[in-house]
Ligand binder design. Structure first.
Ligand code: AVJ
Length: 330
């Protein structure tokens, strides 16, 4: 299942073959690219947690604002009747945003369980330990997996339970339009009538605001992007010289795509021991590492319609930067 770039593979405790294969594929094609899920090793997840606090990174604060302001509306949407619900958090990360909702739902004695899904085992273990300490009676069933695979591998849900999938943080922005459509169709296929998907979408806005969010003064986004090479040095015995690479991001308002690259400044070669592969870089050659797509309302409505969902709520922050959208299976 390679469409989202994280194919299932044999498990070798020494070398992660899914990492190895993705890197071999990405660095032997032209232009070079590395899938964005590779950014989230333990260090990458930590760096991203710091990025969420950056003054330029408006996304997290905007989403917070929406979750806080509309927590009651979310609960009414998730539990319009007496039916208990199961919250599935795709890409839960450090879970800070989800905790706002969990806290509120607990204070209202809502009946629910929580299934955080994340590709970073480390982030997931921390979140689970933290939640279990804070709310010992909350049922938390963590799943360490990639989103699409997780959908079909979820623990069996108790009968008479509504499933509510949280896909926050504009993680959907990492997908190409084709991947996003595929992903929402897969979601639809794995859900039942009455089930919900709550998606966070970063909206199109002044390009300078978006550009700044991926080019912060403190250099955290740069460190986050470069950390990917550090990871390959460690996990694949590569000899990337981090000083030879730069972070570069550019935003295309016509398509809503922010694209991030690593740029090889000098012409040079890199050797990856675990792959027995030498990769040549020309001066100024790029490796594409991430797409952070920004959405229009029409684009989101089209995505919902083409994947079979009905939009039942559209909630934004006061500046209209970000939208939390509820999709229902009809
Ligand atoms: C976690 C994918 C939503 O694209 O904004 C932040 C990741 N990359 N800064 C985003 C990210 C650079 C983030 N997502």
């Amino acid at each position: 299942m390679a469409i989202l770039g994280h194919p299932a593979g044999a498990v070798d405790p020494a070398i992660d073959t899914t990492v190895a294969e993705a890197v071999r594929q990405g660095l032997t094609q032209s232009p070079k690219r590395l899938p964005s899920w590779l950014l989230y090793d333990a260090e990458g997840s930590r760096l991203f947690a710091d990025i969420m606090h950056l003054p330029e990174y408006y996304l997290t604060r905007a989403e917070y604002e929406i979750l806080e302001q509309y927590q009651d509306d979310f609960l009414r949407a998730f539990q319009p009747d007496e039916k208990p619900f199961r919250l599935v958090g795709l890409g839960s990360g450090d879970g800070l945003k989800t905790k706002i909702l969990l806290e509120h739902f607990r204070s209202r004695q809502a009946r629910f369980t929580y299934v955080p899904v994340d590709i970073s085992g480390e982030a997931l273990r921390q979140l689970t330990a933290d939640l279990r300490e804070r709310w010992p009676d909350l049922v938390v069933e963590p799943v360490e997996d990639d989103y699409v695979k997780a959908l079909s591998n979820l623990p069996k849900r108790p009968a008479g339970t509504r499933q509510v999938v949280l896909f926050l943080g504009s993680n959907v922005g990492n997908f190409t339009p084709e991947e996003a459509l595929y992903f929402y169709r897969e979601l639809y296929r794995n859900l039942q009538p009455g089930d919900l998907v709550v998606s966070g979408f970063d909206l199109q806005k002044h390009p300078a605001i978006i550009h700044a969010a991926y080019n912060d003064e403190a250099g955290l986004t740069r460190a986050f992007n470069l950390n990917l090479l550090h990871r390959l040095n460690r996990e694949l015995g590569a000899d990337f010289d981090l000083a030879a690479f730069d972070h570069y991001e550019t935003y295309f308002p016509e398509t809503g795509e922010a694209r991030s690259y690593l740029v090889s400044c000098p012409a040079h070669r890199v050797y990856l021991k675990a792959l027995d592969l030498t990769v040549s870089f020309e001066a100024g050659e790029i490796i594409h590492t991430e797409i952070s797509r920004k959405f229009s309302r029409a684009g989101i409505e089209q995505l919902a319609a083409e994947s079979g969902f009905r939009i039942t709520a559209w909630l934004t922050d006061n500046r209209g930067y970000f939208a939390e959208v509820i999709f229902e299976v009809v």
